[in-house]
Design a protein around this ligand. Structure first.
Ligand code: UD1
Length: 439
């Protein structure tokens, strides 16, 4: 079993205690990508038999997805960074609210279930901490492929004898929507095309995996994806790509602390937008044999950012760069264009002494190096938690971060990795606590 035996259903009230001021130095190994692992584990449903995933990150969200598949009837075996999913006895087609409410990506079982078993009932994710986040494009796409969709008591039901290929045009790129429809199309009759598709590396990874399983997907990584459906797919063994957001978070930590960190097992090409911005702040980033080396060079310059779909600057790195901007000399402007409510870290940063003015989707950060003060702050969502950890690393005195279960959803042993780099950070255990927040 994986080291952390707590499921996401049994969230905890652990706290993180951080004493700021230490420079990060040394090497850190980046884990497998959360946002690749989630659709891949869901894709196990497309084939009969045992699929083995390697380089699986030890995360709350991955455990939730495994739990969901178990509820559907899959046999799950967890090992050290390995997850085996045996789909021989799938006999339930419903993703219950108690799981979906903790993780919106649960909706990724919808496409595979309806494509392979002809039916699925999935709880609607509902509103979540970082905005409304509807799934209308997922549903319209499935409808275009011939599924009958109905909504009842907060659940969406999809039925189809066999899905058929369709021409799908998204009004804006959606990562989960592209993934759901790619998985559905892999087993549909005929050709599906997706225009204005999301282009994230995790989409390319899913295409690679589907093709390894016997599918016929072309164009992933571009805005036009074409999928020729096949009758059946077979189980595979596959190692998941590194997490580009964990990579970016450690890069920012190195730059903010004036540190010198080598990030092992990461891919520069997945982080171009982040690297460009980081270099703009004065940090030095270079490709080395093991991965990437990031050196903070003292004074940080201001940074203006607008989040965009890939290959633009990722919304999942916005909060971390806001922490960095508090340490630059002068005003930085950060515009969040993907989610309408993703500035919840601002009020917590303000409690630490940051000067930030928010107007709609635009935040102006008045950077004043060395002026953050440690205090008690509350993590409100996954990346907001990372932002608070980064701020705490450079704050005076001690910062206590509450509700670190958000962090555990998406960071694999963050405090252990940071401590190895020299950070003064410790986790203090708390009692189990139920939650309804989700990324
Ligand atoms: C994924 C990532 C998340 C990241 C986000 C944007 C996973 C598991 N999560 O989330 O970490 O922050 O991409 O890069 O991979 N939208 C609609 N209707 C839809 C679908 C989406 O209006 O049917 C909107 C959303 O509200 C949002 C935007 O489209 O404003 C992008 O969302 P989407 O790309 O779907 O994000 P997720 O797949 O949920």
């Amino acid at each position: 079993m994986v080291a952390n035996t707590r499921t996401n259903l049994e969230l905890n009230m652990d706290r993180m205690i951080i004493r700021g001021g230490n420079r990060l130095e040394g090497a850190v190994t980046i884990s497998g990508a959360k946002n690749a692992a989630l659709p891949l584990v869901a894709a196990s449903l497309l084939a009969q038999g045992e699929t083995t995933w390697h380089n699986v990150p030890g995360l709350g969200d991955v455990r939730t997805m495994a739990k969901l598949l178990e509820v559907l009837g899959a046999k799950i075996e967890e090992g050290d960074r390995v997850l085996k999913v045996d789909t021989s006895n799938i006999d339930t087609f419903e993703a219950p609210y108690r799981l979906v409410k903790t993780m919106r990506a649960s909706v990724l079982v919808l496409g595979p279930l309806v494509a392979r078993y002809g039916r699925a009932r999935v709880s609607l994710p509902g509103g979540c901490a970082i905005g409304a986040r509807p799934i209308d494009m997922h549903l319209r796409g499935l409808e275009a492929m011939g599924a009958e969709i109905s909504l009842d008591k907060g659940y969406v039901t999809a039925r189809a004898n066999r899905l058929r290929g369709a021409k799908i045009v998204f009004r804006q790129p959606t990562v989960g929507g592209t993934e759901n429809l790619m998985m559905a199309a892999a087993l549909a009759e005929g050709r599906t095309t997706i225009e204005n598709a999301a282009r994230e590396p995790e989409i390319e990874e899913l295409a690679r995996v589907l093709n390894k399983m016997g599918a016929n997907v072309e164009g992933a990584g571009t805005a036009y994806i074409s999928i020729e459906g096949v009758q059946e797919l077979h189980p595979i063994e596959h190692a998941i790509i590194p997490d580009r957001i964990e990579t970016g978070t450690f890069m920012v930590a190195a730059a903010m602390t004036g540190g010198d960190v080598v990030l092992e097992n990461c891919l520069l090409e997945h982080n171009s937008a982040v690297v460009t911005k980081l270099e703009g702040t004065g940090a030095k980033v270079e490709a080395v044999e093991q991965g990437l080396r990031v050196q903070g060079t003292g004074q940080l310059h201001t940074v203006d950012i607008t989040t965009q779909p890939y290959p633009g600057f990722p919304t999942d790195m916005q909060a971390q760069f806001m922490a960095l901007a508090t340490q630059a000399v002068g005003d930085s402007v950060i515009t969040e264009s993907i989610f309408e409510n993703r500035f919840m870290h601002v009020s917590e940063l303000a409690r630490m002494g940051a000067q930030i003015v928010v107007n709609g989707r635009v935040a102006v950060i008045r950077g004043r190096p060395g002026t953050l003060q440690g205090t008690t702050v509350m993590a409100t969502d996954l990346r907001a938690s990372a932002c608070l950890v980064l701020a705490a690393l450079v704050a005076e005195n001690t910062t206590e971060i509450l509700r670190v279960y958000h962090l555990d959803r998406g960071y694999d042993q963050l405090e252990v990795k940071m401590r190895r780099l020299g950070a003064d950070i410790e986790r203090v255990s708390g009692p189990p606590f139920p939650t309804t927040n989700a990324e």
